[in-house]
Design a protein around this ligand. Structure first.
Ligand code: AMP
Ligand code: MG
Length: 331
C-alpha cells in the first residue's frame, strides 16, 4: 500500500485534471472536485446522478479560504468557526461571485465548512482551492463511511479513493443558515442547536422538523439515505415483533439500542451500540451490511432519546432524522 504522501499526490493530479476524488472526512466520504471549476463540479453531479437543484457544500481549509467564497462574514461566523471548525458544522452565507452557479444550484447563497480529517485538510491546502464533496455514493443511497463503501459504487478509473480509514462521526454535517436574522438549522447533525446557541449567546432556530416540516433548503426533505430494501421504523419491541410477523421472506432487524430482543430465523439481527456517538458512527455501515443480505425489509427500532440531554440529545435527533428519511417513500 502506498503512503499518505503518495496518495495525496495522485489525488492532486486527478483534481487538477478535473477528475473526481473520494476523500475521507469526519462525517462521510465525499466525492471531491475543485469548487471553482464548473466542469469538474458537473462531473460530480453526473457521476452521483444528483439532481441539479440540490446545492453542494464547499470545503475549505480555514476561515480565510472560507472568506474567499462567501460575502458578509461576521462575528457570529467567527465565533462558530472558532468553536466548531475544523468540524461537522456547515454555515450558509451569501456567495462570492467566484463560486460557479452550479455549486449553489443557481442560488445566491453558499454552504461552507472546514472538515476535520487530516487527509482532507492536507489535500485542500495543497490543492490551494476549495473543494465540493457531496457524499461519495449514487444520490439517494446510504452515505459511505469507509473507503470500501465508496469502492462498492465506483471503479478506480471513475474515482480515485483517498483512504483515510472509517469516518469518526458517521453522519453528515449540521447545516445552519446564517443569512436569516435568527440563525436556522436546516439539517441536524452531531452539533446541535443548544451547543450553537451557547456559543452565539443568542437564539437558534430549528428549521427542520423530524416530521418533515417546511424549510426552504433543497435536499433536506423527503426520501434519502435509502438502502435498496425498504426500511421500516418501529418505536417499541412490540412493534418490531408485529412487523416481523407480517414480513414475507426475511427481515434484518437493527433493534432499539438498549432493548433486548430474541429474533427467530429466518430473520436476522444486527445489534447497535447503546451510546449515541457510536450509534451514529455505525448507522450507515449497519444499513449497508443489512442491505447486502438482500432482505425483504430492514426493521429499525428507533433509539429512545427521551432521557438524553446535551450533545447526546442532538445526535439522537440527527439519527432520527436520517432514519425517517431512510424509511420515507415517494416524494
Ligand atoms: P450533502 O448532500 O451532504 O453534500 O449536503 C448538501 C446539503 O447542504 C444540501 O442537500 C442542502 O441541504 C445543504 N445546502 C448546501 N448549499 C446550500 C445552500 N446554499 N442553501 C441551503 N442549503 C444548502
Ligand atoms: Mg449525500
Amino acid at each position: 500500500m502506498s503512503n499518505a504522501g503518495d496518495s495525496i499526490a495522485v489525488a492532486l493530479e486527478r483534481l487538477a485534471a478535473g477528475r473526481p476524488v473520494a476523500i475521507p472526512t469526519e462525517t462521510v466520504y465525499g466525492l471531491a472536485a475543485d469548487a471553482l471549476d464548473d466542469v469538474a463540479v458537473q462531473g460530480v453531479f453526473t457521476l452521483k446522478r444528483r439532481p441539479p437543484t440540490n446545492p453542494l457544500i464547499v470545503h475549505v481549509s480555514d476561515v480565510s479560504m472560507a472568506q474567499e467564497v462567501i460575502r458578509g462574514w461576521d462575528g457570529r461566523g467567527e465565533r462558530l468557526a472558532e468553536a466548531f471548525w475544523p468540524g461537522p458544522l456547515t454555515m450558509i452565507y451569501p456567495k462570492a461571485p467566484t463560486v460557479p452557479g452550479i455549486v449553489t444550484a443557481g442560488g445566491s447563497t453558499v454552504a461552507v465548512r472546514v472538515p476535520r480529517h487530516p487527509l482532507a485538510l492536507e489535500l485542500i491546502r495543497q490543492h490551494g482551492e476549495p473543494l465540493v464533496a457531496p457524499s461519495a455514493n449514487p444520490s439517494g443511497y446510504v452515505s459511505p463511511t469507509s473507503a470500501g463503501h465508496v469502492r462498492e459504487h465506483f471503479t478506480e478509473e471513475e474515482v480515485y479513493v483517498l483512504d483515510g480509514g472509517p469516518c469518526l462521526e458517521g453522519l453528515e454535517s449540521t447545516v445552519i443558515d446564517m443569512t436569516r436574522e435568527v440563525p436556522t438549522i436546516l439539517r441536524p447533525g452531531v452539533i446541535g442547536a443548544a451547543a450553537i446557541a451557547e456559543v452565539l449567546r443568542s437564539e437558534v432556530r430549528s428549521g427542520v422538523s423530524t416530521a418533515f416540516g417546511t424549510t426552504r433548503s433543497p435536499g433536506v426533505e423527503g426520501p434519502h439515505y435509502q438502502p435498496v430494501a425498504p426500511v421500516v421504523l418501529a418505536s417499541t419491541i412490540a412493534a418490531v415483533t408485529e412487523l416481523l410477523e407480517r414480513v414475507t421472506g426475511f427481515a434484518v432487524v437493527l433493534p432499539p439500542p438498549t432493548a433486548s430482543i430474541a429474533i427467530e430465523p429466518p430473520h436476522m439481527i444486527l445489534a447497535m451500540p447503546h451510546n449515541a456517538r457510536e450509534y451514529a458512527r455505525e448507522l450507515y455501515a449497519s444499513l449497508r451490511q443489512a442491505d447486502a443480505m438482500r432482505p425483504s425489509a430492514i426493521i429499525v427500532g428507533l433509539p429512545d432519546a427521551s432521557s438524553s440531554e446535551g450533545d447526546e440529545a442532538a445526535i439522537w435527533l440527527a439519527v432520527h432524522e436520517r432514519l425517517r428519511r431512510a424509511a420515507a417513500r415517494g416524494t
